[in-house]
Design a protein around this ligand. Structure first.
Ligand code: ADP
Ligand code: MG
Length: 298
């Protein structure tokens, strides 16, 4: 694949999808018009509940599934027509775990490294995923979380420009998740573009530059993590109690509202609090809205 002007390629999005649609053979519409792009060097998190369409999206972009409609470009190439040279620039960690294998950790990683033109050092990769002590262990004798680390090792050994991670830390204990986050930050520091799916909000918040929330095959929000859903979604809530019961109001300037309340009551209202929505509040709010819309459409 000739690349006529490398400078241009550098500013072009690494991933670009427009109107992406997928209908499975049984009639399930898994994606119903999804648009987003991922810039070079960015970590983009695709967030959403089970069945939202995250894996379908990522598998289409990896070239594993054909789309039913819309446009897709990955490193400038239509993933339905990606060749081996294109594939060598990708790192892929599928949602499913590595086949339990009789090969050892080191053997398998070294084997896969040979398929790439410019692989990372095998021992460096083993260290990066925290498997030094298991390097000579057969993969089938590893725990589920350790096998998942092997998946990640196989995804990064080819020094990918673009790394796809489909729910990489499902089944990890908190410490393993922290270590994995460090690894991802390191890869980002080296300039790797990363598209990750997760249903852990804290993972998206820790790793993502931007995120898209997907539900029912549609993106319900996209943007920098702390701006998802627009300013409206992040307006603070003022809550207090009086003789009439518990009140809850959203205010752009909660301090002013509190001052008014104090003035009116002549004292600080009971159980007064100002709550800033967490990412979880915003996420659940957006999913609730999209479910309401779904109800209206149905
Ligand atoms: P997620 O990864 O967000 O959990 P998926 O992309 O796996 O979601 O699935 C999206 C929808 O497509 C779900 O309704 C799922 O049941 C359906 N689906 C996934 N794979 C297939 C398949 N091979 N055949 C039919 N339906 C599928
Ligand atoms: Mg999935």
């Amino acid at each position: 694949m000739a690349n006529p002007d490398p400078r241009r390629a550098d500013d072009a999005p690494v991933v670009e999808v427009r109107g992406l649609r997928k209908q499975y053979r049984d009639g399930t519409v898994a994606l119903d018009g999804v648009d987003f792009s991922v810039a070079r060097g960015e970590v983009f998190a695709l967030l959403g509940p089970n069945g939202a369409g995250k894996s379908t999206t990522i598998e289409i972009l990896e070239g594993y599934r054909d789309r039913s409609g819309g446009e897709a470009r990955v490193l400038g190439v239509d993933p339905q027509h990606g060749d081996l040279a294109w594939r060598a620039r990708l790192g892929i960690v599928l949602q499913g775990s590595a086949e339990a294998d009789v090969a050892t950790v080191r053997e398998l990683i070294a084997h896969v490294a040979r398929f790439y033109p410019n692989p990372r050092d095998v021992d460096e990769v083993i260290a990066a995923v925290g498997l030094e002590e298991k390097a000579r262990t057969r993969i089938r004798n590893l725990s589920g979380g350790q096998q998942r680390r092997v998946d990640v090792a196989l995804g990064i050994v080819g020094r990918p420009e673009l790394l796809f991670l489909d729910e990489p830390t499902t089944g990890f204990d908190p410490e393993a998740r922290r270590q994995f986050w460090e690894l991802i930050r390191g890869l980002k520091g080296e300039g790797t573009t990363i598209l990750l799916t997760t249903h852990y909000l804290d993972e998206a918040a820790h790793l993502g530059d931007r995120a898209g929330i997907i539900a029912g095959g549609r993106l319900v929000a996209i943007g920098p993590i702390d701006e998802l859903g627009g300013p409206q979604a992040w307006v603070p809530i003022v809550r207090w109690r009086d003789a009439a019961g518990v009140h809850e109001e959203r205010h752009e300037e909660p301090g002013r509202r509190v001052a008014e309340l104090v003035r009116a009551a002549g004292a600080e209202p009971e159980r007064l609090e100002i709550v800033r929505p967490s990412l979880e509040d915003v996420y659940l709010g957006l999913l609730g809205e999209s479910a309401d819309l779904e109800g209206v459409r149905a």
